[in-house]
Design a protein around this ligand. Structure first.
Ligand code: ATR
Length: 278
């Protein structure tokens, strides 16, 4: 008779020590009394596939993927969800019983889930959304906004060429605006999203004047250190609806936990406090 196996999951990346995912999943495992474990594992590029393929042998049922492996894992995954293919990166791997690896991307799901929870009346459908940044996070945000029926996405990036590449990838609903002209267009947007690393502790400030923004515009930032970025503070002063970025991290973790540990977990204040270490 085989003993019952304790479910294991992990987050892989390099470096990995600062990942908050172990706090998120650890909180849920304790809260729901599940006898599983979630650990951070540092891997190297040269042995990434070999080591990921061994994880099921040790009892792992899945893994989150963070920088710098989110794109690379797609190259050896056997089943790729549509949203992971569209974004071109994966953050959630599931090890199927037949040995195949299924790659999914829940970042866009987390982005929308966070806004929905904080601003239940929000819709992407009634006005253009302005998105700052054209990196990996921007791809997830744009794909989820398009999935929500956003009529237009106005994409603004320091390097215009990267924004043009995303327009080609996602199609005509994406329009590229010049960084210097974009602030004047704010009066016409319903949602403003920062997907750049600007404003993060240790990074340069984001200089993006909000003079033209309308009261009630939803403003969100994927940066969550600090929780209230200068962008969000300025938006709050203008009477905007402000959603901080921590919830995106919490919500993106939900589908993986549910698949691996067979319990749909709650994103609530207790989880936020556990993750913030208070
Ligand atoms: P991620 O995958 O986290 O989105 P990324 O691919 O490195 O990271 O993208 C970072 C984003 O922040 C990009 O849009 C980048 O602009 P560029 O494409 O011009 O590099 C933006 N960014 C980073 N530092 C910036 C800075 N000092 N000024 C303006 N934009 C910056």
């Amino acid at each position: 008779m085989t003993a019952e196996r304790i479910p294991l999951a992990c987050v892989i990346g390099s470096p990995i020590a600062h990942s908050l995912s172990p706090r998120v999943h650890g909180h849920w495992l304790r809260r729901y009394g599940i006898s599983g474990y979630y650990v951070p594992i540092e891997l190297r590029h040269e042995t990434l596939e070999e080591h990921v393929r061994k994880l099921p042998d040790f009892g792992f049922c899945g893994a989150n993927v963070t920088l710098p492996f989110k794109e690379t894992v797609l190259s050896f995954s056997d089943v790729i969800t549509d949203r992971a293919a569209l974004i071109g990166a994966a953050n959630t791997l599931t090890f199927l019983r037949d040995g195949r690896i299924r790659a999914d991307n829940t970042d866009g799901y987390g982005f929308i889930g966070n806004i929905r929870q904080s601003a239940p009346d929000w819709t992407a459908q009634q006005a253009p959304t302005m998105v700052l940044g054209a990196g990996g996070a921007s791809r997830a945000v744009i794909s989820s906004l398009l999935g929500e029926g956003a009529p237009e996405i106005w994409l603004v990036n320091r390097t215009r060429n990267r924004a043009e590449m995303l327009r080609e990838h996602f199609g005509a609903r994406v329009r590229v605006l010049e960084w210097n002209h974009a602030p004047q267009e704010l009066s016409n947007v319903g949602t403003l999203v920062n997907t750049t690393s600007l404003g993060m502790r240790g990074q340069p400030e984001l200089h993006f004047p909000l003079d033209a923004i309308k009261r009630g515009t939803l403003v969100t930032d994927i940066v969550y250190t600090p929780l209230e970025t200068a962008l969000l503070a300025a938006a709050a002063k203008k009477g905007c609806v402000v959603v901080d970025g921590l919830g995106m991290l919490l919500h993106q973790a939900v589908p993986g936990f549910e698949t691996w540990f067979h319990k749909r977990p709650e994103v609530d204040e207790a989880l936020r406090q556990a993750v913030l270490g208070q």
